[in-house]
Design a protein around this ligand. Sequence first.
Ligand SMILES: C[S@@+](CC[C@H](N)C(=O)[O-])C[C@H]1O[C@@H](n2cnc3c(N)ncnc32)[C@H](O)[C@@H]1O
Length: 369
Amino acid sequence: MIQTSLRELFSNIRKSSDKWELYLDVYEGLFAPFRGRPISILEIGIQNGGFTEVLAAYFPNAVKIVGCDIDEKCGSLVASDPRISVVIGDAIDAGTAGRIKEISDSFDIVIDDGSHRSKDIIAAFCRYFPLLREDGVFIAEDLHCSYWHEYEGGLAHQFSSISFFKLLSDVVNYEHWGLSYPRTRLLSDMFQHHSCEISDDVLETIFSVTFCNSMSIVRKKAASAVLLGERVIGGTEFAVADNAPHNHSHAARNDQRGNPFSDLDLITNKHVFGLFVALLNANSKLSVDHARLAEQLQAVSFGIAESQQNQQSWIVEPLASLSSNLETAQGNNHKEIVERLALLTSDVETIKQKNTFFDWLRVKIGSGS
Ligand SMILES: C[S@@+](CC[C@H](N)C(=O)[O-])C[C@H]1O[C@@H](n2cnc3c(N)ncnc32)[C@H](O)[C@@H]1O
């Protein structure tokens, strides 16, 4: 039987839906495996209700299709399909989530097309990803907003929604971190910033995080299915490399606790790391200046010694004073670095909330607690 494509259903709806073209193609491929199954769907942000009806038409065997919108006007939408329920309220609010759960306590597909603000997207993920069934999929739409200030974003914004999903891709690879922290540690600043959280048990069920333009797609599987498993070597001919001994071996557990690039405080503060690198670069430039000064200092010292020997007092005094100036300059350069680091730590600390990076930085530069 030829089934109607999502795009076709979309082009024939009466209630309006507002989508980007790319999404229709992505959804076509993403939704196909769910099509005949008795699934439940949550759509956050339904507006005119058009896409909710597309979903109902596309999934004939869907059991529940819950649409949630903060706009009370959505309460007057009359659904064309008895499987559709509309919940009015802020999706990230516990009360709204409670009403959604009364209709369905778990979902196979969650689409977040709500406010597109980083805070709401991350909070919605924390609230509804735990409700996703095994093999389910969570889609966050319109992540282009995460690059915009008005939506609590920006290309280098540490707490934007896209930064959050990028961090989740590290969570997928948790077994290779070589650290003794739980997964939640990587996200602790993010959670603290957005006042939400998600347990390690749930994080370990994130099977994959994929991105396409403006969308992030997070799949859930049983925790055991997320693991890399055994290395399997097929074939019996090893003309180039004898990999046979690796058959049924496990990925190396490579201890990274001493690796500064595995320092979680650094990773969770990448933008500040950039500042730190700039400072280190300035430091190395000053080291070059130091070397040049040291050479000059040595030349001057020789000059002083020679002049003293020759009793050329007219030149001894100016050289001695130049020598002391150079020594002061050297000292100042060091002082300048320390002062700049201290200023950086205190300055940024005042404009941001307490942040583990600065504790880390204080320890690293040995400036106490
Ligand atoms: C882009 S529209 C949704 C479009 C719709 N999904 C479609 O395909 O046509 C965004 C909707 O999200 C709703 N919204 C914004 N913030 C929300 C929140 N915190 N909880 C639930 N809905 C929200 C808005 O009221 C608006 O109707």
